[in-house]
Design a protein. Structure first.
Length: 204
């Protein structure tokens, strides 16, 4: 099994997840700055032209970070980052979907169409005029999430999960490219400090 890895928050999410699990994998670095991910032979690995991708021993390829991490969780169930019961797994997936669709996708597209435009123009369709609105949408849902975090240690309450890894890695990245989290979101600020205290936060 081999992980096609690169810089960027998506591959880092898988690496932080692996660190939380105490699992190591063979890695092959793809130079996305040089756009090697958008050319052959990588396009044969992942036709979306994105990293990461997990190549299995039988030649099958799994992409999309949540699918990769759920697959790895099935191989290495403990410690569980998706949940040990059907209800816990459903709760994790509910939060992952809310975070992905409502917060991260708008904020990332806001970045791709603005600060990241010189990188992404020519790679994916870009709509620069949508950038400010997408960023505002992300801020709205982050503020909503802040309210939901009242009294909770982690996104799934007392249970640390993949949802925390996902939100942490991406908000860390977005903070460095012009979308720092509003410090008045104090529940999320406390959660972020707890996340930065975990050894896996050192995985860059
Ligand atoms: N939905 C994909 C997103 C993957 C993605 O956007 N990867 C970025 C790295 S963080 C990438 O490959 N960027 C370079 C490019 O799009 O050319 C996933 O879940 O893995």
């Amino acid at each position: 099994m081999k992980l096609f890895d690169s810089v960027g928050p998506n591959p880092r999410t898988v690496r932080v997840f692996l660190a939380e699990k105490g699992v190591t994998l063979e890695m092959e670095r793809v130079d996305i700055r040089a756009a090697d991910n958008r050319k052959e032979p990588y396009l044969r690995v992942n036709p979306t032209g994105q990293t990461p991708a997990l190549l299995l021993d039988d030649g099958a390829v799994i992409t999309e970070i949540t699918a990769i991490c759920e697959y790895l969780e099935e191989l290495h169930p403990s410690p569980s980052l998706f949940g040990a019961t059907a209800e816990q797994r459903a709760e994790t997936r509910m939060w992952v979907r809310r975070i992905d669709l409502n917060i991260l996708e708008p904020m990332l597209n806001g970045y791709r169409y603005d600060e990241g435009l010189s990188i992404f123009e020519g790679r994916v369709p870009c709509i620069p005029q949508a950038s400010d609105d997408l960023k505002a949408l992300g801020r709205h849902w982050l503020a909503w999430l802040d309210g939901q975090m009242a009294g909770k240690t982690w996104i799934c309450g007392e249970r640390f999960s993949f949802a925390d890894v996902l939100l942490f890695v991406f908000t860390d990245f977005l903070g460095k490219v012009g979308q720092a989290m509003d410090p008045e979101l104090t529940n999320l600020a406390g959660w972020g400090a707890r996340m930065r205290g975990r050894p896996s936060a050192g995985v860059k």
